[in-house]
Design a binder for this molecule. Structure first.
Ligand SMILES: Cc1cc2nc3c(=O)[nH]c(=O)nc-3n(C[C@H](O)[C@H](O)[C@H](O)COP(=O)(O)O)c2cc1C
Length: 324
């Protein structure tokens, strides 16, 4: 009854365990399935980290790798090592789990990781989720160029990768609606709104840059809700809500705004895998109370295109001042 479809995949529940600490080994992946998850997204393989590790190793072994061929050979075998390790987890997960297993690539370059994705698809990945966030901190690069690069990136991904392909993205673009619409036209099957990226902070005692909390609070879902509400009726691709979805109530809100599924991480980190069953039960009970037999009866019911007062999704200002 709480089944849904996401990027053409049949999910027994709208709850997907998102890429992160809970999806990096087989034991946790099996727990996610046992707890009732609809799918899992494996912890990302990070292009940037692999490149950094390889550069570090090469610098430490400079005298042995002085010959240019040796360097190239070393870099390519080291890269294969990381990819093989990822494929091992993916192959094991595909063997042991019956729910869809989505591989995740945190991409930095435009296309060097495409052959990794192809190998993951050959290993049985049910889909590829690309985690991509070019931070536009270069003042000489105008917004359109940042968007164009993103669109090029997605085009290359679509041309190179067979099967369901999603992009997990942020929202700081000059026109998010136009960007999502262009990515949809390229044939991206799913959008995960929004990734919660590393956030910097400052340690005022050590006078150092530090890291803000990696976990979300349960009130952080509003921007994802807004943008799914605005865009889900506009494009062919499916949406998965992400960030700040900690319970059944927020999951129902996401589905009403038009999400086909939700991806959760913090709730499971903080409360254990049991929270997945709790969300499933909440959604089921809510559907009974509202006489919905299937999730398709209410997914998108409150998206902008389905309601009279759709302008509410665009509202940004509190119109009354405090005290009035
Ligand atoms: C410790 C940690 C590691 C994460 N690693 C990844 C990752 O490898 N790839 C990715 O796409 N997202 C990663 N995430 C982000 C989560 O998948 C998720 O998008 C984010 O936590 C927001 O969802 P939430 O509010 O349910 O936690 C990570 C999050 C945490 C807390």
């Amino acid at each position: 009854m709480i089944e849904t479809t996401y990027m053409g995949l049949e999910l027994r529940s709208p709850v997907i365990v998102s890429s992160g600490p809970l999806t990096q080994n087989l034991v946790s992946l099996k727990k996610a399935e046992e707890a009732g998850a609809g799918a899992v997204v494996l912890k990302s393989i990070f292009e940037e980290q692999i490149n950094n590790d390889i550069s570090k190793e090469m610098a430490e072994n400079e005298e042995y790798l002085a010959h240019s061929d040796a360097g190239t050979f070393f870099a390519s075998s080291a890269r294969d090592y990381y990819i093989d390790r990822y494929m091992k987890l993916l192959t094991e997960a595909k063997k042991e789990l019956s729910i869809p297993v989505i591989a995740s690539i945190s991409a930095k370059s435009m296309d060097s990781w495409i052959d990794w994705a192809e190998r993951f698809v050959k290993c049985g990945a049910d889909g590829i989720e690309l985690n991509y966030y070019p931070i536009s901190s270069d003042a000489s690069v105008p917004g359109e160029e940042v968007d164009e690069r993103f669109i090029d990136f997605a085009r290359k991904a679509r041309e190179g990768i067979d099967g369901p392909l999603s992009i997990k993205m942020g929202y700081k673009y000059s026109s998010l609606a136009s960007l999502i619409s262009s990515l949809d036209q390229i044939g991206i099957d799913g959008f995960v709104l929004f990734n919660r990226f590393f956030r910097p902070d400052i340690d005022i005692e050590k006078l150092e840059i530090s890291s803000a909390s990696p976990v979300s609070s349960k009130d952080e879902y509003a921007e994802a809700l807004r943008w799914i509400g605005l865009m889900s009726g506009e494009v062919k691709a499916d949406f998965a809500g992400n960030t700040g979805i900690h319970n059944g109530e927020t999951t129902v809100k996401m589905l009403l705004s038009g999400a086909k599924a939700v991806e959760i991480c913090t709730a499971v980190v903080q409360h254990g895998f049991g929270v997945i069953g709790e969300i499933n039960s909440f959604v089921e009970d809510w559907m009974k109370r509202h006489n919905y037999a299937s999730t398709s009866d209410f997914i998108g019911l409150l998206s902008q295109e389905h309601i009279q007062d759709g302008w509410k999704w665009e509202r940004t200002q509190f119109l009354k001042t405090i005290g009035q």
